[in-house]
Structure formats: structure tokens, C-alpha cells
Design a protein around this ligand. Structure first.
Ligand code: COA
Length: 168
């Protein structure tokens, strides 16, 4: 019988910043695959609050205790990066039905580019289904409470960006 190949999955995103919702997805994915590469997308049409280095540091620190997880960055098409790392799976989080239509389109376009790569969707814990990086930044900017929603050092980094807004 042929030996089963190790399966590598990539989890791409802008992670500006990483939230507990993203982390929840990583923790669910890690036991399912031999390796999970959390991949910072660099060429996204967004104007990030955190630099590439800051976001990579956040990704590394928040996943250092999760076995089988590594952090990388890419520009260009996500499927080309996946292919270059021998990844057969792209992981995406599905938070609500409203995510579905967009995700369906991207998944089929990615399959058109690289039919050998599949997209696997994971649902985050219900506590995080309303989260996005933008909503975290907006609430933090105006002094709101985001403590339970991001890792503590991300909270500290947000406080440095918006020093007068977030109270102890
Ligand atoms: N918990 C919390 N927030 C989540 C989440 C979760 N589980 N899943 C998604 N989100 C948030 C993200 O933080 C993001 O928030 P923001 O818009 O406020 O920044 C939002 O939901 C949208 O997420 P997503 O669609 O994953 O966008 P993204 O910017 O993080 O990543 C890429 C998009 C990088 C994966 C995608 O654009 C890509 O692959 N680009 C490369 C080019 C390419 O190959 N394109 C495909 C062509 S078909």
C-alpha cells in the first residue's frame, strides 16, 4: 500500500491584527493537518495599521505554542504560494452565511488556477463570528473594550497605536 503523504495547509490573510477568531481557526486546523502555514498576504488592497514586521511578530507570538504551525508571507496569488510550499489545502474561516458567496467565488477561481489545491472551511467558535480585524481597530481607536477578543500582546500593540483611547 502506498504511504500517505503529509498534508500541508496554508491559512492566508491580512491579519491586521490577528484576532482570537483567527487563532480559533488555527487551533482547529493544527490537529487536522501535518503542517499549517499561517501566511501573511502582502499585496492586498488594504491600508494596514500594523507594519509587515509587526504582523509577522503577532502571528509568531500568538502561535508559538501550537504544534505544527509556522508563519510565512507571500505576494501574488495564494495558490502559487501554496503550490511552492507543497500545500494541498487552503484554510478559510466561515463566520456567517454572508461570507459564503465571496468565499465560493474565490475557491472556484483558485481551483481554476490550481485544480490540485482544495479550500477547506472551518467555523470559528460562535463567540467570534462577528469579529473582523477592522471592527477591532475601530472599537480600539475609540476606546472600546476588545480585551477578550485579541491576544494580550496584540492588545498592548493596539494601545501603542491608540495611546489615549484604550483605558486600563
Ligand atoms: N476571525 C476573525 N476575523 C476574521 C476571521 C476569523 N475567523 N476570518 C476572517 N476574518 C476577517 C479578517 O480579519 C478580515 O477583516 P478585515 O477586512 O477587517 O481586515 C475580514 O474578515 C475578511 O477576511 P478575509 O477575506 O480573509 O480577508 P483578508 O484580507 O484577511 O485575506 C486573502 C484575503 C489574502 C486571503 C485573499 O485576498 C488572497 O488570497 N489574496 C491573494 C491574491 C489571491 O490569490 N486572490 C485570490 C484570487 S481568486
Amino acid at each position: 500500500m502506498a504511504q500517505k503523504q503529509a498534508i500541508t495547509a496554508i491559512y492566508p490573510g491580512t491579519f491586521d491584527p490577528i484576532t482570537n477568531g483567527h487563532l480559533d481557526i488555527v487551533k482547529r486546523a493544527a490537529p487536522l493537518f501535518d503542517k499549517v502555514i499561517i501566511t501573511l498576504a502582502l499585496n492586498i488592497d488594504k491600508d494596514p495599521l500594523f507594519s509587515i514586521e509587526e504582523r509577522l511578530e503577532m502571528l509568531r507570538r500568538s502561535t508559538e505554542d501550537i504544534e505544527g504551525v509556522e508563519v510565512a508571507q507571500f505576494s501574488g496569488l495564494v495558490v502559487n504560494f501554496a503550490s511552492s510550499r507543497g500545500a494541498k489545502v487552503i484554510i478559510r474561516g466561515l463566520r456567517a452565511v454572508s461570507d459564503f458567496e465571496y468565499e465560493f467565488q474565490i475557491a472556484l477561481m483558485n481551483r481554476k488556477q490550481r485544480p490540485e489545491i482544495d479550500t477547506v472551511y472551518l467555523m470559528p467558535d460562535a463567540r467570534y463570528t462577528y469579529l473582523s480585524s477592522s471592527i477591532i481597530k475601530e472599537v480600539a481607536r475609540h476606546g472600546g473594550e476588545v480585551r477578550q477578543l485579541v491576544p494580550s500582546f496584540v492588545m498592548e500593540m493596539l494601545m501603542k497605536k491608540f495611546p489615549k483611547s484604550i483605558s486600563e
